[in-house]
Design a protein around this ligand. Structure first.
Ligand SMILES: NC(=O)c1ccc[n+]([C@@H]2O[C@H](COP(=O)([O-])OP(=O)(O)OC[C@H]3O[C@@H](n4cnc5c(N)ncnc54)[C@H](OP(=O)(O)O)[C@@H]3O)[C@@H](O)[C@H]2O)c1
Length: 182
């Protein structure tokens, strides 16, 4: 049985934020408007390669606020220690869990899955601290927003990375992939 891989695929501002303090993503939407039609910076290929998307409650609530669920039939696990409202039309795809990263990893490994997509700043940090993230693809958006929700701020231990590749897009996004050195 192959080992379950946990991956991150996320966009940050130059100063390392994934959203403003009020969770807004207007800076990212503005930047996305300069991206040529049909270009998704590798997201579709990445998304197709994952069995399950695991996200924190805050990311889930933000995505719900978009009005249209963007993940189609892909199974999604939302982590939260509290009760979670799941709209009836999403109940087939969305599951609520309050497992620790270690417990979730063990349960899903036993199912023989290949790859999970871990999303949400706090959630990514919890999985990194548990030593469970295998690789990160970070797309840096050429904008400085000064303050916001940090991707790595408050991480409780150093995480060493091996640089795998970087790509500079004509429209100014810089995407780098790293493998975590365990
Ligand atoms: N720029 C990008 O590409 C990008 C990507 C994703 C998200 N975002 C943005 O980032 C923001 C959300 O990130 P975030 O750092 O605030 O949080 P998050 O990781 O989405 O959610 C954190 C919450 O998830 C719950 N949680 C996480 N792990 C848990 C576990 N093992 N057990 C129980 N509960 C767990 C906790 O909620 P409870 O208090 O309910 O227990 C925790 O407060 C949103 O604004 C979103 O739009 C941006």
């Amino acid at each position: 049985m192959s080992k379950l891989i946990l991956s991150v695929f996320i966009a940050t501002s130059i100063d390392g934020f994934i959203a403003r303090e009020d969770a807004s993503l207007d800076w990212l939407e503005t930047a996305n408007s300069s991206v040529p039609e049909g270009e998704d910076c590798g997201f579709h290929a990445f998304f197709s390669s994952v069995d399950i998307l695991v996200m924190g409650r805050n990311t889930y609530e933000k995505v719900l606020s978009f009005g249209e669920w963007p993940y189609r039939e892909k199974p999604v696990i939302v982590l939260s220690s509290r009760a979670l409202e799941i709209p009836p039309d999403l109940r087939k795809m969305v599951e609520h869990s309050s497992e620790t990263p270690e417990k979730l990893y063990k349960r899903l490994s036993e199912k023989g899955l290949n790859r999970l997509y871990i999303d949400g700043g706090d959630t990514i940090r919890r999985f990194l601290e548990a030593g469970l993230i295998h690789d990160l693809t970070i797309t840096v958006i050429p904008v400085i927003i000064g303050k916001g929700l940090s991707l790595f701020g408050g991480l409780k231990r150093d995480v060493s990375l091996k640089h795998i590749s970087s790509k500079i897009y004509d429209f100014g996004f810089i995407q780098s992939s790293f493998q975590v050195i365990q």
